[in-house]
Design a protein around this ligand. Structure first.
Ligand SMILES: [Zn+2]
Ligand SMILES: [Zn+2]
Ligand SMILES: [Zn+2]
Length: 140
């Protein structure tokens, strides 16, 4: 097994299980945000929907992955950077969806602009998705 996988789970106080290690490996192999369906497809029936759902939930809660909202209303997930910990996600970067290759990527270092809310409104979470053409497609 990849030692990265072991270390990642250990760092986030997650017990090592076969499903966790298999699913986290998919995230490590790809540098784009992936959906529940992508994982199901990659696992080719090895785990059922519920197992995948529970595994993603434990990753989300432990600060290993974060949710990325897609422009079709669906959810994707991407690995967090080191700053995230148990129940404490620390990033406010923008996500970019390429309409050509359909890859959704984290733009680490490009931050959601600060928005001043009217009195009485308290933000808990914000999502910022830009669609367009990514660097790989615009160069081609
Ligand atoms: Zn995070
Ligand atoms: Zn692209
Ligand atoms: Zn992200």
């Amino acid at each position: 097994m990849d030692s990265n996988v072991k270390q990642l789970l250990k760092d986030h106080s997650l017990r090592l299980t076969q499903s966790r290690s298999d699913i986290i490996s998919i995230f490590l192999e790809r540098d784009v945000a992936i959906s529940h369906g992508d994982i199901e497809f990659a696992m080719d029936g090895k785990y059922d929907r519920v197992t995948i759902y529970r595994t993603l939930k434990s990753f989300l809660e432990s600060g290993l992955i974060h949710k990325v909202l897609d422009d079709n209303g669906g959810a994707r997930y991407a690995l967090c950077d080191d700053a995230c910990a148990d129940g404490d996600h620390r990033h406010d970067h923008i996500h970019f969806k390429c309409s050509n290759c359909e890859r959704t990527t984290c733009l680490d270092g490009v931050f959601i602009p600060h928005v001043k809310l009217p009195k009485g409104f308290e933000a808990a979470e914000s999502n910022y998705l830009i669609t367009g053409v990514c660097d790989k497609c615009s160069a081609a």
